[in-house]
Design a protein around this ligand. Structure first.
Ligand code: 6PG
Length: 458
């Protein structure tokens, strides 16, 4: 299989290095001349730069795979520019962060021209792309059977296993990648919120926080995101100022989190923690808007001893609740007739190389392997096993709420847990309210008999 690659930005170039290091020949096109100039100096063996898309096609003979490593909004234009040169039996693989619905559309469009399409989610950033990313593929089965050896060989490894999985139908790879990103947003925010609480309520400076976080690194609550958090919290610039005290606080996003929420809304699946994380990113556009009000934390009188905080449990609880919501969304998406996900495959794809990787995920995946059913009892048992004293989590969260320290995702995780596992009458009250003003009939608990209270008469 001849490989062509379009886009040599930080992801594309590192994928090219990874491919060539595995002895694949890669013909690559990049329209930015500055990038080309830099890459030419690197002189990578087996990487051949071409000057036009036509040349790219001429140098790669059929059957060829053309990989696109481009921003999501550049994919269609690129496909339009190359299909005229391509032959039936060739494959186009989109390795970017595309919306799964677009991948379905592209698959069908190219099918008419007998060109196969693969939509492939790649996780791990440029470092992952270079050393082994997690790969989530979907689309043409024939194309996958012809190219999987390429993706398997460049992917991250979890022992003997490749963190590379083909999920089948068009759009499925990018769907799993977008849920990965939604969960990623929630976990990142969990760690950020814990850090503020440690700082504002427990008065831990950066160094002390990092020490606390590092203690968790050799437990089952450990993860790649935790590890990088210990690195960034402590990092200083050349003027000896912590980056955390120096940088713009508006959080950027590429849209994958918003797509996760749209998918959840469409399927009627509750993912409040992921929603809260995305919402915080939107809200952050106003973080530097000067309201003239600055809630002060100086007078906080914390009774709790910092040594009593069980960060291992707090992190596990929050990671498990957020992850569960994303996995549940994947499970529920099997209601679409075009998806048929097996969660074991998802755990395999996320077992190494990706941003979500970590011990907590390994533990949850092993637990899942025992009963293979993702239901609320599974979540309950997980929490029971790792966080036997749930009051620790409640205390940590209450502290934030009591003192006005923002904790949207920590609170959403706890509220999710309580909605599912506590005995409440929220549903009953709301059904009665809507019946009162809308005159809607109600059902009895047995879900059979109709109840018509007096207010349902006009
Ligand atoms: C990954 C990441 C990656 C993501 C960037 C930025 O799995 O490697 O999810 O794909 O695009 O990290 O994402 P945001 O700009 O949305 O934060």
């Amino acid at each position: 299989m001849n490989i062509g690659l379009i886009g040599l930005g930080s992801m594309g170039y590192n994928l090219a290095k990874n491919l060539t290091s595995k002895d694949f020949k890669v013909y690559a096109y990049e329209k930015n001349l500055d990038i080309i100039e830099k890459i030419e100096q690197d002189k990578i063996t087996n990487l051949f730069l071409v000057k036009s898309l036509k040349q790219l096609i001429n140098n790669t003979h059929s059957p060829r795979i053309i990989m696109l490593s481009l921003p999501a909004d550049k994919i269609d234009e690129c496909i339009d520019n190359i299909i005229e040169f391509m032959n039936p039996g060739d494959t186009i693989a989109d390795l970017g962060n595309s919306l799964y619905l677009k991948s379905i559309e592209r698959y069908n469009r190219l099918l008419n021209k007998n060109i196969s399409f693969l939509g492939i989610g790649v996780s791990g950033g440029p470092r992952g792309a270079r050393n082994g990313p997690a790969i989530m593929a979907g689309g043409s089965e024939t194309a996958w059977s012809k190219t999987k050896h390429i993706f398997n060989s460049i992917s991250a490894k979890n022992g003997e296993q490749n963190a590379c999985c083909y999920f089948g139908s068009p759009g499925s790879g990018h769907f799993i990648k977008l849920i990965h990103n939604g969960i990623e947003y929630a976990l990142m925010e969990v760690l950020a919120e814990i850090s503020i609480i440690l700082n504002k309520a427990y008065k831990l400076n950066n160094h002390e926080q990092v020490k606390k976080f590092k203690d968790v690194l050799n437990t089952t609550s450990s993860s790649y995101l935790l590890e990088i958090t210990t690195k960034v919290l402590n990092a200083k610039n050349e003027n000896n100022i912590y980056f955390i005290d120096d940088i713009d606080n508006r959080i950027e996003q590429n849209g994958t989190g918003v797509w996760t929420i749209k998918a959840a809304l469409e399927l009627g699946v509750s993912i409040p923690s992921i929603y809260s994380a995305v919402s915080t990113r939107s809200n952050s556009q106003y973080f530097n808007y000067d309201t003239g009000v600055n809630l002060s934390y100086d007078d906080l009188k914390i009774n709790s001893e910092v040594n009593n905080i069980n960060l291992e449990e707090i992190i596990f609880f929050n990671f498990a609740c957020s992850l569960f919501q994303g996995l549940n969304l994947i499970k529920e998406s099997n209601r679409y007739d075009f998806f048929d996900f097996n969660l074991q495959d998802v755990f395999r794809a996320w077992s190494a190389g990706c941003i979500l990787q970590g011990e907590y995920l390994r533990f949850i995946s092993n637990e899942f392997n025992i009963n293979r059913d993702l239901n609320y009892n599974f979540l309950y048992e997980l929490i029971n096993k790792k966080c036997p004293n749930i009051n620790n989590i409640r205390d940590f969260c209450s502290l934030a709420i009591k003192h006005g320290i923002p904790s949207p995702v920590l609170s959403a995780n706890l509220a999710y847990y309580d909605l599912v596992f506590s005995n409440h009458k929220i549903g009953e009250t709301i059904q009665l309210q809507r019946s009162y003003f809308g005159l809607h009939p109600l059902k009895q608990k047995n879900n059979k008999d109709t109840v018509k209270p007096f207010w349902t008469e006009l």
